[in-house]
Design a protein around this ligand. Sequence first.
Ligand code: ZN
Length: 83
Amino acid sequence: MPGYDDCPRCGQFANLARHRCPPEWLAFHADYMAESEADPAFGHSADGAAESYAERRFADWEYPEEMEIWVKKGGTRTGRSSL
Ligand SMILES: [Zn+2]
């Protein structure tokens, strides 16, 4: 499709002329990473952000079905998602 590509910011496949990134969060894997290693994640909810973070970051891992991702927004921890 013309005009469609992966967004360089959030990774979503979209028509980039019209695309707006979902809200940005910070996410990190609670078991393997320190909070200071958190990466940007994008989603319309804490769960959505955790999910897209896991897909991008751990897609080539054989990760356990349950993992805990912390997501933060505006410097505050907003929750923990188990995927
Ligand atoms: Zn985007």
